[in-house]
Design a protein around this ligand. Structure first.
Ligand code: HEM
Length: 148
């Protein structure tokens, strides 16, 4: 059947989108942002949230389509992968709240001035998220292969 292949494909494309949008946010973020830059960061964050949701949905679907729930639930690699994903999701809450607060300003064509502390915090969060996303495929591959 083609479903396992289609779902795996969507899983990988969504992972690529997660990393691409995060990298985009990281490259664009600076203490002073023009309205267009702030708007792009808001859009990238939407892509990030949307693609993370698709990664989760297709990941759960793959648990059923590949080896079954019991296999993954008994594999430490799966629990570490899931833990990394949850930490990345929780970390993304703060930047998303900050970007959402920009909405009325960006609609009015106004840019943003980020306080140094806030800028550094968001930058560090994005860096940690990118590191977690780079570690995740190791654990995904481990759980797919079984033993180390
Ligand atoms: C950003 C986070 C994630 C990354 C980078 C990632 C990456 C990958 C990769 C590279 C594979 C292929 C492994 C291989 O065939 O060698 C894979 C497979 C898989 N992923 Fe994800 N994944 C992520 C999140 C998730 C989540 C949250 C779940 C579950 C809820 C999940 C469930 C699965 C399953 C079930 C497979 C199939 C494993 C198998 O073939 O037995 N993934 N993932």
């Amino acid at each position: 059947m083609a479903w396992p292949i289609i779902v795996a494909w969507i899983h990988y494309v969504s992972i690529m989108l997660m990393i691409a949008s995060l990298l985009g946010e990281h490259l664009l973020l600076k203490p002073e942002l023009a309205a267009a830059e702030a708007r792009t960061i808001q859009r990238l964050d939407l892509v990030y949230g949307g693609s993370a949701t698709v990664v989760l949905i297709t990941g759960v679907m793959r648990m059923f389509l590949e080896k079954g729930l019991a296999y993954y639930n008994h594999h430490i690699g799966f629990h570490i992968l899931f833990g990394l994903f949850i930490i990345a999701a929780l970390l993304s809450i703060y930047p998303t709240i900050v970007y959402l607060r920009w909405r009325s300003d960006t609609r009015a064509g106004k840019g943003q001035q980020l306080a140094r502390d806030r800028f550094k915090t968001i930058q560090m969060i994005i860096r940690v998220e990118m590191t977690l996303l780079l570690l995740a495929p190791f654990f995904a591959t481990w759980m797919a292969h079984g033993e180390l």
